[in-house]
Design a protein around this ligand. Structure first.
Ligand SMILES: NC(=O)c1ccc[n+]([C@@H]2O[C@H](COP(=O)([O-])OP(=O)(O)OC[C@H]3O[C@@H](n4cnc5c(N)ncnc54)[C@H](OP(=O)(O)O)[C@@H]3O)[C@@H](O)[C@H]2O)c1
Length: 290
């Protein structure tokens, strides 16, 4: 860990410090890096600054002094443009950046009807938001910045998992034949990115990398496992055909796509070892952390 810290004269800006951004910030700080984080509203944290592309609030120039690494965790804006590039591209291009990370989604692959999908497959989005996402990926690639894109499936971790949905009584147990979802524990996002940065000089560079766990599976399996850990009885599943009438358009749209996201590039070719290989190990961590 010390070698990594000392090899870094790094200053990170985390743009969009929500769930994943906060976890990444906390983890990379443990390596001794300087980290500043953005939010749309004022936080008590002295390392936080305001960035809101919609209201036009952009960071003070001083924030960018000495920045070497940027991680953007901000989704596409309402207009479909990337909020960071729309507001800050010229500023970023004037920095001596070593690396820029962009968190994207595996939604860009569209519906593979349950088949595995990897980075070599052509994106085939079917939802409006995924078209926007693909267009933001393209903006980043064409920006000329040293960008690496991470395509993520459903993100979970302590404080945001099926346990919270059960506790908040927001759980709906839906059964849909052969439907699976891929997922990733937030700690593996942070640690995979740090692993790639740590080994940048010895690994081949890949501009687009999936970060997903080893075992896509049905949502019902995951919910059942959480109920078992809680020692509670899972409510009776509702068939998707019946449930869909009451689902929000966004919730319904997730059920319209069925894919297994491959992590072979990250875990086999590049050699990252997942901390949470599957939902059982990951959820046990969330359970013990709560
Ligand atoms: N959640 C998932 O399951 C999932 C799955 C795949 C990919 N992703 C993508 O991965 C990224 C990180 O996900 P997450 O769940 O950690 O995100 P999150 O918790 O929702 O955080 C998003 C951050 O972006 C900021 N933001 C949003 N719009 C902005 C704008 N117009 N200008 C400036 N800042 C803006 C938010 O600011 P505030 O802090 O002020 O709200 C927040 O800090 C996102 O791009 C997300 O779409 C998420």
């Amino acid at each position: 860990m010390n070698n990594f810290a000392s090899s870094f004269k790094n200053k990170f800006l985390i743009l969009g410090c929500g769930f994943t951004g906060s976890f990444f910030a906390k983890t990379i700080r443990e390596f001794g890096c300087t980290v500043l984080t953005s939010a749309r509203s004022q936080k008590k944290d002295p390392n936080s600054f305001i960035f809101n592309s919609e209201s036009g609030e952009v960071p003070n120039k001083k924030i960018f002094d000495g920045v070497t690494h940027i991680l953007s965790c901000i989704p596409p804006g309402k207009n479909g443009n990337d909020p960071v590039l729309e507001s800050l591209k010229d500023q970023l291009k004037n920095l001596s950046l070593e690396w820029v990370g962009y968190l994207s989604t595996t939604g860009v692959y569209g519906n593979t009807k349950g088949d595995w999908v990897s980075e070599i497959n052509q994106p085939n989005p079917s939802q409006q938001r995924s078209f926007k996402r693909l267009s933001c990926e393209k903006e980043w690639i064409e920006s000329g910045l040293p960008v690496q894109i991470f395509r993520l499936p459903g993100i979970y971790g302590p404080g945001r998992s099926t346990f919270e949905a059960i506790r908040n009584q927001k759980i709906r147990v839906i059964s849909k034949k052969d439907q699976v979802f891929s997922r990733i524990h937030v700690a593996d996002i942070a640690n995979a990115i740090i692993y790639l940065l740590q080994n940048k000089d010895s690994l081949d560079f890949h501009q687009i990398i999936n970060i997903a766990d080893d075992e896509p599976c049905s949502q019902m399996e995951v919910i059942q496992y959480c109920y078992d850990l809680l020692g509670l009885k899972m409510p009776k599943p509702i068939l998707f055909e019946d449930a869909k009438k009451e689902l929000s358009p966004i919730a319904k749209s997730f059920w319209m796509e069925n894919r297994r996201v491959s992590n072979k590039l990250l875990c086999e070719t590049l050699g990252y070892k997942l901390i949470y290989k599957n939902y059982k190990i990951g959820l046990k961590n969330c359970f013990l952390d709560s």
